[in-house]
Ligand binder design. Structure first.
Ligand SMILES: NC(=O)c1ccc[n+]([C@@H]2O[C@H](COP(=O)([O-])OP(=O)(O)OC[C@H]3O[C@@H](n4cnc5c(N)ncnc54)[C@H](O)[C@@H]3O)[C@@H](O)[C@H]2O)c1
Length: 439
């Protein structure tokens, strides 16, 4: 099939590349000229396991093309995906300007029947807006072209995006016509060979499914963080409680790790947008509001533990931060707890020595641009002469560190663990002061 994907971020680039991998002819479009130039040279600016090699392979096979020219790209396309950002607007709702500007451009330039698929996460009713926007442009041109609007929310996880896309748990399609459903079934058939994972529904339900999924996952995290905070006060160990409840298969083990809060490009903005959409429709989403409040508090918890130990004035103290990205296996720092923790510490006069396997560039040039941080090349280098180590992202290389080396490099043997990563080690026996969430 001939496919166009608009937006070459985490979702657009991964989707386009995976469609190309299955033999489709895919053109990826972005307004960012530098990004497109780099992609033409087979260079990928984001870190996502196995993505760069897959891009290179499909560019060489002539299945995958990059351009900034949407009108040229859609000339002979059958399906166009909209995968641009839907950032948080000022009032917390999803900002649809990028999605609707792509819709306008499609209406201005399309030349044949198209299936227009919204892959960006968008509030219920956006499908109607996309349809109306395209139609307005077609009317202006005085042309009568058929098109379908489809909602196909994306469920990939950053850090495992290619694997998730190639083997999805489900493919949710919201559509109004049999033609559009048939087209989408054909496109996704190679990804769902072993068993049927195609779930067709109306557009509004598909749009809502994405928000409900993210809100459910965020709820699990905030719920467990709330339990952790109660455990801390009543002398229970949340790690035991986690195992105790996870063994119930109605609850399950996934997403019930206590920690320093969820971050990333999706949960924070999608939870907020869902709350806002409910408000706009006359409903106060009480649970969703609480999920967000618990998370906002949780992001500050590690800094509060540090202040509790050292006092409000942190001048003369140095902290070694392990991990900056919002989760392992990604360089994405959007809403990462590390941003909040580091700012709280620096505000009180502390010095920061930080190490992250992938996110240093993002931190330095964007998310902590205004904050003085001494970035180090290795995790052990970050520890030299620091007063304490602070773990904020559970990268694999942090899982089994050399505690003898850590003890040697730190001024004092103190660890603040924002991810409950070292619960299996008897750190007290090794002479460490060990602070973690929920104990
Ligand atoms: N990142 C994730 O893990 C994830 C997972 C599921 C769903 N989503 C959703 O997918 C959407 C995209 O997310 P992302 O993380 O890939 O975003 P991103 O910010 O990484 O990428 C968006 C891209 O769109 C481009 N763009 C903006 N306006 C454009 C236009 N008019 N024409 C062409 N390109 C344009 C930008 O230059 C950028 O490269 C969002 O709605 C997000 O909520 C993201």
């Amino acid at each position: 099939m001939r496919i166009v994907v608009v937006g070459t971020g985490y979702v657009g680039l991964v989707s386009g590349t995976c469609f190309a991998e299955m033999g489709n002819r895919v053109t990826c479009v972005d307004v960012d000229e530098d990004k497109i130039e780099a992609l033409k040279q087979k260079r990928v600016s984001i870190f996502e396991p196995s993505l760069e090699s897959m891009v290179a392979k499909n560019v060489e096979r002539k299945n995958l093309f990059f351009t900034t020219n949407l009108s040229e790209a859609i000339k002979d396309a059958e399906i166009v995906f909209i995968a641009v950002g839907t950032p948080m607007g000022e009032d917390g709702s999803a900002d649809l300007q990028y999605v609707l500007s792509v819709a306008s451009e499609i209406g201005q330039t399309m030349q044949r029947r198209l299936v227009v698929v919204d892959k960006s996460t968008v509030p219920v009713g956006t499908g109607d807006k996309v349809k109306a926007t395209i139609q307005v442009e077609l009317n202006k041109r005085g042309v009568d072209l058929q098109f379908d609007v489809v909602s196909n929310p994306e469920f990939l996880k950053e850090g495992a995006a290619v694997a998730d896309f190639m083997k999805p748990d489900r493919v949710v399609i919201g559509a109004e016509s049999d033609y559009a459903i048939k087209k989408m079934k054909e496109l996704y058939a190679p990804f769902t060979m072993s068993h049927e994972r195609f779930i067709a529904m109306d557009i509004r339900s598909a749009e809502m499914t994405k928000y409900a999924a993210n809100a459910m996952l965020a709820t699990k995290i905030s719920f467990m963080n709330e339990i952790a905070n109660i455990c801390e006060r009543v002398g229970a160990d949340v790690n035991n409680v986690r195992v105790g409840i996870g063994s119930d298969n109605r609850i399950g083990y996934s997403f019930i790790y206590p920690g320093c809060g969820y971050g990333g490009s999706c949960f924070p903005k999608d939870v907020k947008a869902l709350k806002r959409v409910a408000e706009q429709n006359g409903y106060h989403a009480q649970l969703i509001t609480a999920v967000e409040e618990v998370n906002d508090r949780q992001k500050l918890l590690v800094a509060q533990k540090i202040v509790r130990k050292y006092g409000e004035d942190l001048k003369g103290k140095t902290f070694a931060i392990w991990g900056l990205s919002f989760k392992p296996q990604t360089d994405d720092m959007r809403e990462a707890p590390a941003i909040y923790v580091i700012k709280e510490l620096v505000k009180r006069g502390a010095k920061i020595q930080a190490y992250d396997p992938k996110a240093t560039h993002e931190a330095k040039n964007c998310y902590l641009k205004e904050v003085e941080v001494d970035y180090k090349e290795s995790k052990y280098e970050a520890l030299k002469n620091a007063d304490a180590m602070v773990l904020l992202t559970e990268w694999k290389e942090f899982r089994s560190p050399d505690f003898t080396e850590i003890a040697k490099l730190l001024k004092e043997k103190v660890i603040f663990d924002g991810r409950n990563q070292y619960t299996a080690y008897d750190l007290e026996e090794k002479g460490f002061e060990y602070y973690r969430i929920g104990k």
